[in-house]
Write a protein that binds this ligand. Structure first.
Ligand SMILES: Cc1cc2nc3c(=O)[nH]c(=O)nc-3n(C[C@H](O)[C@H](O)[C@H](O)COP(=O)(O)O)c2cc1C
Ligand code: SF4
Ligand code: SF4
Length: 251
């Protein structure tokens, strides 16, 4: 009888949201980090899963989706959360709820939470902040109540089927070789094996999902998005998404 936190969190904000919800449940915790591995374990019917995924182009990240779909559940209650960068959730929450229910989870509650944008880092700086976390605590307590009373999800989840097409972002990641200390942390964390084993400066643009894990893990700030396409889009995107959006909860 555990709370199992399941997340894919390249820039670590989805991890923060998952931990916050799971801590509120006050049970023994397990953590399944889908960024670094494919869990081979099964959930039990008396576990509760807290599944938090970032939004990539209005969808779930492809690798996260693949890894999540391999987890076996036994009508296990689940709280489904997508964590987005103050722009758009689009169909991602519906996609997550559908995927979990199709895989024998029993989604009892869902949410979209707002966090610092991992690519356009002028958007939603400092989020989730205290106001967000207090709303998340409130939501977690309501989820506990639903678990105790055996209640299912009654709210309608926003989004459309078929889901919007997944679009790869056209931006590229560069590595400043003068800063790189060849620690290879970025190579170990990359979920797509997109960074060349003996040269962290070389990233395979085809396989890179732009997830940001390598940027976030690099202690030398050697890796970043760069190029004309990124530099010209950044101010436009940041202006268009400067207004604060709020988390939404579905019970
Ligand atoms: C490839 C990619 C695509 C993204 N697409 C969206 C999006 O469609 N809407 C949005 O609001 N945020 C988007 N974001 C921002 C992330 O969803 C957001 O920053 C999230 O908090 C990242 O979670 P993490 O910190 O766990 O990695 C995107 C980020 C990445 C890396
Ligand atoms: S994490 Fe940073 S310092 Fe380490 S190998 Fe990668 S780019 Fe170089
Ligand atoms: S190289 Fe691409 S896929 Fe690999 S960690 Fe960096 S952003 Fe993610």
């Amino acid at each position: 009888m555990s709370t199992v936190e399941i997340y894919f969190s390249p820039s670590k904000t989805s991890k923060k949201v998952a931990e916050r919800i799971a801590d509120n449940f006050g049970r023994k915790k397990q953590t399944w980090n889908l960024l670094i591995s494919e869990p081979k374990k099964e959930l039990k019917s008396d576990d509760v899963a807290v599944v938090v995924m970032p939004v990539f182009a209005g969808r779930l990240p492809k690798t996260a989706r693949e890894r999540l779909s391999k987890i076996k559940a036994k009508n296990t209650p689940a709280v489904a959360v997508v964590n987005y960068g103050n722009a758009h959730v689009t169909d991602s929450l519906l996609e997550l709820v559908d995927l979990l229910n199709d895989n024998n989870f029993n989604v009892i509650a869902a949410a979209s939470t707002v966090s610092h944008h991992s690519i356009f880092n002028g958007v939603a700086i400092g989020r989730p902040d205290e106001e967000d976390l207090s709303k998340i605590d409130d939501f977690a307590k309501k989820c506990m109540g639903k678990l105790e009373n055996g209640e299912g999800l009654t709210s309608k989840i926003p989004g459309n089927r078929p889901y919007t097409d997944y679009k790869q972002l056209p931006f590229e990641i560069s590595c400043d070789e003068t800063l790189c200390t060849f620690c290879y942390d970025c190579i170990s964390i990359c979920p797509e094996n997109a960074i060349t084993e003996d040269n962290p400066a070389e990233t395979d643009t085809e396989s890179c999902s732009r997830c940001t894990a390598c940027i976030s893990v690099c202690g030398e700030d050697a890796r970043k998005f760069s190029g004309d396409a990124f530099e010209s889009k950044k101010p436009i995107f940041e202006k268009a998404n400067s207004e604060r959006r709020e988390p939404e909860f579905y019970l």
